[in-house]
Write a protein that binds this ligand. Sequence first.
Ligand SMILES: Nc1ncnc2c1ncn2[C@@H]1O[C@H](COP(=O)(O)OP(=O)(O)OP(=O)(O)O)[C@@H](O)[C@H]1O
Length: 268
Amino acid sequence: MKLLEAVSLNKRYSAERGWFTHKAKSVQAVNNLSLSLEAGESLGLVGESGCGKSTLARILLGLEKPSSGRVLYRSTDYTDWSHSKMRMIRSNMQMVFQNSLASFNPLFTVEQIIGEPLRNYGAGKAENLREVVADTLDLVGLEQRHIRRYPHELSGGQQQRVGIARAIALRPELIVCDEPFSSLDVTLRKQMMDLLQELKHGLGLSYVFITHDLSVVSRLCDSVAVMYQGGIVEKQSGVHIMQQGSHPYTRTLLSSVPVQDPRLRKKV
Ligand SMILES: Nc1ncnc2c1ncn2[C@@H]1O[C@H](COP(=O)(O)OP(=O)(O)OP(=O)(O)O)[C@@H](O)[C@H]1O
């Protein structure tokens, strides 16, 4: 069953007139892009800065409208849905941000942050809400004593865990993670990758994981789509992309992945 489908998506931003040319410039952020995600699948979306990854994520989440093309959730076309109508499926699609701290209300405790989507979507009564927040803290590996803390009283890794907890509080089917671990050190990044895998298997979660780093998604995701200039140039299983990635841009990305043993380095 296809959970999510994007069909021939285009997104063009028109910009102000250029200072020198006096011509209206525009940017084709997403260019005739199609993709699909099965229920339970994890898809890595990898590409250089500015290739349109975040724009695509916003379109998939219904936060932005494409210039043309369609987006479908479980075969329901939601491309033209209003913000209020999106609420019907929004509880099933949540997002984890690159910088969770910036997305938190600094006056909210961890409990309030994780409980916010539950309150917004009227999911359960107050006592039940406390229970769900406590369970969610457990799921992301945070101790209960953190529940009364404020965001600035947490480490970077703990903040990202709270960001993930908020995204899974409603037990969505899909989360879109936009560079969620890029500010973390290698050890924490590994812990977070393990956490996402646990949640995928434990909750049957599907996710789209956006990053610059091919080595991260090749280990983490069932399939990897390589994005270049607004389009997908290649899609392969996470296992195969490192060995069989054949598009010239994929090969450029592969050449920048550090390999511990130089004898194993693939010629690109
Ligand atoms: N609201 C907007 N108005 C005009 N141009 C935009 C807007 N949002 C994005 N763009 C442009 O669209 C292109 C794609 O941007 P986007 O943020 O989607 O790329 P990205 O791959 O996510 O980059 P990064 O990895 O650096 O976050 C860029 O050229 C960007 O400047």
